[in-house]
Ligand binder design. Structure first.
Ligand code: FAD
Length: 301
């Protein structure tokens, strides 16, 4: 079922993101994790695409397996990396034949070490061009990535919002945010979104806090601000892995409960292929609130 229709009908959504493992062992663990998370009844699970020329092929293989073996809708991420327009059209046609109804369309990042994004010859420079192509097939509910603190390459939040709107106007019907650790960035973003007349559901992307080194690295890569108090708390807990785990879970539960209290009913968890942590976070949320009538974040903020 299309994510846009599910959100419209149910007014809430819980979803999980997984990455494509590099080894057979990793793939076995991934499928074990997805099977365990099935009981949380996710609206969909998404599968990222890595920044290599075979990225789309690997994602497609995992998505096909999920579709065949697990009763949860898979949503592939599709980036512009390593493909010409014709190559991307072929991938879209393959997803259509496979019965995929939802896609997260991205520009993607260049392979490690290359800072400036260079499109493949005959390929696309921006996500919006691929959104337009995907929308022309009239098959998919299309999601795009949005950035509460602005995309890392952007010069200003205003410029970022202009490009965000162009991308949505090209045919997206929902968006998932980059990770953020201070909800005020999300709430301010939703105000800017409303200000420019964007009315699609915006799903907050939640990165569970694990150890501080990993979170610092990830947040630096995408430009998400880490609150000083969180860093301090995690550093204090550093001597004991159990304390680190507890402090991380406590932080993310608090973050999600604040979003719930503010009317947010959509959550997309970046699982890093680890189901235990996300499951524990979800089990600690105020789930009654998640089940209660939704207030669209777009309307609320
Ligand atoms: P775009 O929307 O094309 O934007 C890229 C930059 O170009 C922005 O700075 C934007 O402001 C600017 N821009 C856009 N249009 C114009 C224009 N007309 N003129 C000038 N500037 C313009 N990456 C992966 O490689 N694989 C994944 O699976 C993946 N999954 C992700 C999932 C989520 C939820 C998120 C938030 C990000 C994900 N990413 C993934 C990262 C993403 O690919 C990067 O953030 C990438 O740098 C930008 O992608 P985009 O689709 O937002 O690009």
């Amino acid at each position: 079922m299309k994510i846009s229709s599910i959100i419209e009908q149910q007014g809430r959504s819980l979803s999980f993101e997984f990455f494509v493992p590099k080894t057979e062992k990793g793939e076995t663990s991934l499928f074990e994790a997805i099977r365990r998370m099935e009981s949380l009844k996710p609206t969909f699970v998404s599968v990222t695409q890595n920044a290599t020329d075979t990225g789309a092929k690997n994602t497609s293989r995992i998505v096909r397996r999920i579709k065949q073996e697990i009763s949860v809708d898979p949503m592939p991420h599709l980036t512009c990396v390593g493909q010409s327009k014709e190559g991307l059209r072929d991938v879209l046609e393959q997803y259509k034949r496979l019965g995929i109804e939802n896609l997260l369309i991205l520009r993607g990042d260049s392979p490690h070490g290359i800072t400036k994004f260079c499109p493949t010859e005959g390929g696309f420079l921006y996500a919006k061009d691929l959104v337009k192509l995907a929308a022309s097939l009239e098959t998919f509910s299309i999601g795009v990535a949005v950035y509460p603190e602005g995309h890392i390459e952007t010069r200003s939040l205003e410029e970022d919002m202009v490009h965000c709107k162009e991308k949505i106007d090209a045919g997206a019907d929902f968006a998932i945010t980059q990770m953020f650790f201070q909800n005020r960035f999300f709430y301010d973003f939703m105000e800017r979104v409303q200000g420019v007349g964007i009315h699609i559901p915006v799903i907050p992307g939640i990165m569970p806090v694990t150890n501080i080194d990993r979170i610092e690295k990830l947040s630096q890569l995408c430009g998400a601000t880490l609150p000083g108090a969180l860093v301090e708390k995690m550093e204090k807990a550093e001597g004991s892995s159990e304390d680190v785990r507890k402090a991380g879970i406590e932080f993310t539960v608090k973050q999600c409960n604040d979003l719930l209290r503010n009317g947010i009913r959509y959550f997309h968890f970046f699982t890093l292929n680890q189901d235990e942590l996300v499951t524990e976070i979800i089990n600690n949320l105020d789930l009654d609130m998640l089940q209660s009538p939704a207030t669209s974040p777009v309307e609320k903020h």
